[in-house]
Structures are given as C-alpha cells and as structure tokens.
Design a protein around this ligand. Structure first.
Ligand code: NAD
Length: 470
C-alpha cells in the first residue's frame, strides 16, 4: 500500500525528525503492507508551531468560508471513497462493503453535517446587557483510535475546522494509512497551510508529547479509559481543556412485550458490526426469565448470519480483529467466560481460519452481572446474555458497570421504553431499534468520558466564550 515517509506539517509532507518506523499489518493475513514514520517530540513541536502560526488567520476566516472548505473536504472524501475503503479494509480488516458504506459513508455524513452547522451556527449571542462571543478554543490536539479510523478523525477535525480551530492529529498506530489519505484530502480541498497537521507515531511518544505540549489549548481524545485517564491528568495539570471519548459496555434491555425476534436480531447485528470493535456496542443483552431461553436460541441462530473470512470477499460479514494483541485479549475474555461458568452457545476459542486474527462470533448465556464478560469492554464479536426477574433488576444490571456510553431498550410501546431509558445512566439510548443520528450528541457518562461529539453540542466543545458588557 502507498505510504508517505514524512509528516504533513504546515501544508506539505516534511521529512520525519527521527528514523524509526511503524509497520502497518493487514490483520486478515498478518502481512506487513507498509510502514510510516514514528513521530518524535521534535515532529510534534514542529506541527504544534505550524498550527499556532495558522490560528489567527483561520480563526478570523468568516464561518461561511470555513464551511465552504469543510464542504470541499467532504467532496474529496466522497470522490476518493474507493481508495479510502480499500485502505481501511487493508489496515483494519473491515469487510469492503462495510468499509465503504459505514466507515467512509459515515465520515462523509459527519463532515456534511458540519458544513451546514458552520454556516448556520450563531457564533454570537445576546444575554441582557452582554454580547457573548463564541470564539475558537485555539490549537487542538486530536488523538484517535483505530476502530473507525476515518470517522474518528472526521468527528474531531470537521467541528474543529468549523469552529475556527487549528489542529494536530495523532492517529492510532494500527491505522496510519487512512490518516495519511485524510491529510491528502485536506490538502486537495485547499485548507490553508498549518490549519491541519498530521504526526504519525506511538501513543507513549508522539501522543504523550502532543497532549503535554504547551502550545495546545484543547486535547480531544478518543480511545481506552486507561489512556484517557492519563491524558486527563496531563491536561488537568496544564489547565487545558480536555474531551475524552472512552470505553463502554452498553446494555440492550429487552422488556416483556417487546418484539423479541427483532430485538435479538438487531442486537446481535449491533455487536457483530465492525467485528465488535465499537465503543458503544450493545454487548450485554438483558432478557426477562420467561423469554430467556427463546432469546438465547434466537441469538445463537442469528450469529450464523455473520460468516467471517477475507474482508475483500463479497460474502464476508465479519473481518478479523485489528491486531495480534487484540486477538489474544478477546480470546482471553472468551476463556475467562468459560472459566467463570457462563454457557457458551455459539462460537468460542477455536480459530475459524488458519491465518489472520479471526475470532468466531461468540454468544454466552447464563452470564451473571459480576462476571468479567459482563463488566469489562471486550472489543470483539462477543455477546453476553443475562437474565432478569423484574424491571428493577434489569435497571440495576444495566447501570451496574463503570461505563455509560450507549444502550438500547425494547418494549411493547415507546412510552414504556422511554420511561426505562430515563433511568439509565448513559449517554445514548436507542428506543425500539432507533437509528443512529449524526446530529445527536455522542459521549459518555461515568468512566465513558467527558464531553460530547457530533452536531451542535460537538461544535460547542471547540468554542469558548467571551462576554462583552454594554
Ligand atoms: P488506546 O487508548 O490504546 O489508543 C487511542 C489513541 O491514544 C491512539 O492514537 C494511541 O496511540 C494514543 N495513546 C496511547 N497511549 C497514549 C499516551 N500515553 N498519551 C497520548 N496518547 C496515547 O485505544 P485504542 O485501542 O486505539 O481504541 C480502542 C478503545 O477506544 C476502546 O476502549 C474503545 O471503547 C475506545 N473508543 C471510544 C469511543 C467513544 O467515542 N467513546 C469511540 C471509539 C473507541
């Protein structure tokens, strides 16, 4: 695969300061497909300086002009969708059709939403004898994970650009090629030099240097809760703004009277999408005792519809997990579920293919709330089904983890589902299969994070107020 051997800084690809490289591996066969430079503190410093220098000009650019450039960026992403999807399939292992429709399609939809918001948002408000100016926060450090490599970048870059901020992006080690293509798209769209900069590299070196850099005003991080905690501490010590989009262990609550077959099929689909590598995956399904065995059989049958295999082949619906370490981690959780006494009803620890980091779509029944597979984020195609006696118990189980990112409720009617959803401690709840909304705020309660992405709430993260009194 094509890779740049430099960093995108101040509008051009510049040689990396150090000589170390990061290999990019195709998880479907374990082969190295490219390598990119591992950024150093020096690269980060050059990128932050470029972003600082570009800030006054970009912040003063009228919102309509900024919106037009975000629109141009969206157009380039759409024009290059095949190349982007190919790259995401190669470095992440997402099935090609899914990469195109969801990874690239979703990123284009998010970018579009900020074209409209940038043009229509009111960057000024009147409160009594004051005019409140909503001004860009400044230089943003964007640190992103590999699970939706393009979408996670866009969910930060599009609102930051719309708000008038400049950025330095440090993408995940596993998926830097998508980030390099994104930088090409920014360049092609005509975004002025220095407004967007890319430094590839490892978390502990380039990521840490970026989060700690005194020229950064806001650190916007998406990734694990463990790393988020460190970044929060670094940003807090420097009194920098911080947004943290972290892990999850979301509950899918099926109340009596719901359409059980639909709830189970949709729930299984939600967990298998992107091979379970989703922060808001509905990995805990809660079903009333009376319908429990029926739900377990339906789920065991539903995973048959997710054949794993070469992500470039048409019939494949489940790709590999991203790397060897994640593979081991997910298999470790499956082993732990068996050890702790859960009943394996589909999948399990056996490798479905001779090569690549594949995990069989797995369903556990008789899962109790304290088991590791019910508490911890697995980030793989593993569903746990838990029984409950009554609504109060269902609520206790649903709210009984350190996380609070996504969730779902199925009931006979919307009113019952909404009444339950109001009592859930989580950032998003899908009601009777409600669809994803690109304008709805996305983010966590509890240890799932701080701050919101998407829509006007997401844009507000990149703004700060200045009040003028008259
Ligand atoms: P990760 O935390 O290992 O890495 C995320 C990013 O942080 C990467 O770019 C990495 O290089 C960087 N990083 C690592 N250590 C760092 C450090 N010390 N300082 C600065 N940066 C550092 O996460 P991951 O494995 O890439 O992604 C999976 C995790 O992301 C899961 O926990 C998932 O739930 C979470 N996630 C959350 C959301 C959300 O919106 N809440 C979305 C997607 C993924």
């Amino acid at each position: 695969m094509k890779a740049h051997d430099g960093m995108y800084i101040d509008g051009a690809w510049r040689p990396a300061a150090g000589g170390e490289l990061i290999d990019v591996v195709n998880p479907a066969d374990g082969q190295v497909i490219a390598s990119v430079p591992a950024g150093t503190e020096g690269d980060v410093d050059a990128a932050v300086r470029a972003a600082r220098a570009a800030l006054p000009g970009w912040a003063a650019t009228p919102p309509a002009e900024r919106a037009a450039l975000v629109g141009a960026l969206r157009d380039v992403l759409v024009a290059r969708q095949d190349e982007l999807a190919d790259t995401i399939t190669a470095e992440l292992g997402a099935p090609l059709a899914f990469a195109k429709a969801v990874h690239v399609g979703g990123a284009a939809a998010v970018t579009s939403s900020f074209v409209e918001l940038a043009a229509s948002y009111s960057f000024e408000e009147r409160i009594g004898n004051s005019t409140v100016l909503l001004e860009p926060v400044g230089v943003v450090a964007a640190i992103t994970p590999w699970n939706y490599p393009l979408y996670q970048i866009v969910a930060k870059v599009a609102p930051a650009l719309a708000a008038g901020c400049t950025l330095v992006l440090k993408p995940a080690e596993d998926t830097p090629l998508t980030a390099q293509l994104f930088a090409e798209a920014v360049h092609e769209a005509g975004v002025p030099a220095g407004v967007f900069n890319l430094v590839t590299g490892t978390g502990p070196v380039a990521g840490q240097a970026l989060a700690a850099h005194e020229g950064v005003d806001l650190v916007s991080f998406t990734g694990s809760t463990a790393v988020g905690r460190k970044i929060g501490a670094t940003a807090g010590a420097a009194v920098k703004r911080v947004a943290l989009e972290l892990g999850g262990k979301s509950a899918n609550v099926v109340l009596p009277g719901a359409d059980l077959a639909k709830a189970v099929a949709t729930g299984v689909g939600h967990v298998m999408a992107n091979t379970g590598q989703r922060c808001n995956a509905l990995t805990r399904m809660l079903v009333h005792r009376d319908q429990y065995e029926e739900a377990v059989s339906l789920a065991a049958a539903a995973v048959e519809k997710y054949p794993s295999g070469d992500p470039r082949e048409e019939g494949t619906r489940l790709g590999p997990v991203v790397n060897a370490q994640q593979h081991e981690r997910v298999l470790g959780y499956i082993a732990r579920g068996i050890e702790e006494g859960a009943r394996l009803v589909a999948g399990g620890p056996e490798a479905p293919h001779a090569q690549g980091y594949f995990v069989a779509p797995t369903v556990f029944a008789d899962v109790t709330p304290e088991m590791a597979i019910a508490q911890e984020e697995i980030f793989g195609p593993v569903l746990s089904i838990l029984p409950y006696e009554d609504e109060e118990e269902a609520l206790r189980i649903a709210n009984g983890t350190v996380y609070g990112l996504g969730g779902a409720v199925w009931a006979a009617d919307e009113e019952t589902a909404v009444a339950f959803a109001r009592r859930m401690v989580t950032g998003q709840v899908d009601i009777n299969g409600g669809r994803y909304n690109v304008l709805a705020p996305f983010g966590g309660h509890k240890q799932s994070g701080v701050g919101r992405e998407l829509g006007s709430h997401g844009l507000a993260e990149y703004l700060q107020t200045k009040s003028l009194q008259f």
